[in-house]
Ligand binder design. Structure first.
Ligand code: HEC
Length: 130
């Protein structure tokens, strides 16, 4: 009985600490730096308003796309484009006729890492809320 109680408390503690990490997730300040960085050049192609540049304006992105899809897209646009899931097909329609394009135009020197993707998403969330 005592043993069962102990393991229950332990499970609760572990679950709690993991969800605390998940809530902490990305760092918006770091995401902003990455967005403006020479390494990824997001800023060269995207406005933080609703207006398009080379790619779509990113205001409202968190309500337009799921976080899971965004994570996948930012981690590897080319692969996500090629896999062409329903959500990718939705995104491809951002400009008339673009859904027929064969390749993504989102070209980066390298793809952001897992933590970098989380930071960028935290920044995009903050941008949507401001
Ligand atoms: C060379 C230009 C370019 C760069 C650099 C670039 N993007 Fe993109 N991005 C695009 C284009 C163009 C699209 C539209 C889809 C396509 O054509 O591939 C897009 C699509 C997106 C989308 C989906 C938009 C929607 O409405 O669903 C997001 C989010 C995004 N980019 C974020 C970023 C972030 C964050 C970075 C930096 C880490 C970045 N992009 C770097 C050009 C770029």
């Amino acid at each position: 009985m005592i043993y069962a109680l102990k393991s229950m408390v332990l499970t609760m503690l572990i679950t709690f600490s993991f969800s605390a990490v998940a809530v902490a997730g990305g760092d918006a300040a770091s995401g902003e730096k990455l967005f403006n960085s020479k390494a990824f050049k997001c800023k060269a192609c995207h406005r933080l308003t609703g207006k398009k540049k080379v790619g779509p304006g990113l205001k409202g992105i968190m309500s337009r796309r799921s976080e899971g899809w965004l994570t996948q897209w930012l981690s590897d646009p080319k692969r996500t484009w090629d896999e062409n899931s329903a959500e990718t097909q939705e995104m491809r329609k951002w400009k008339k006729g673009r859904d027929k394009a064969k390749k993504t135009n989102m070209k980066m020197k390298k793809n952001p890492s897992g933590q970098e993707v989380m930071d960028i998403i935290a920044f995009l969330k903050k941008n949507d809320e401001s």
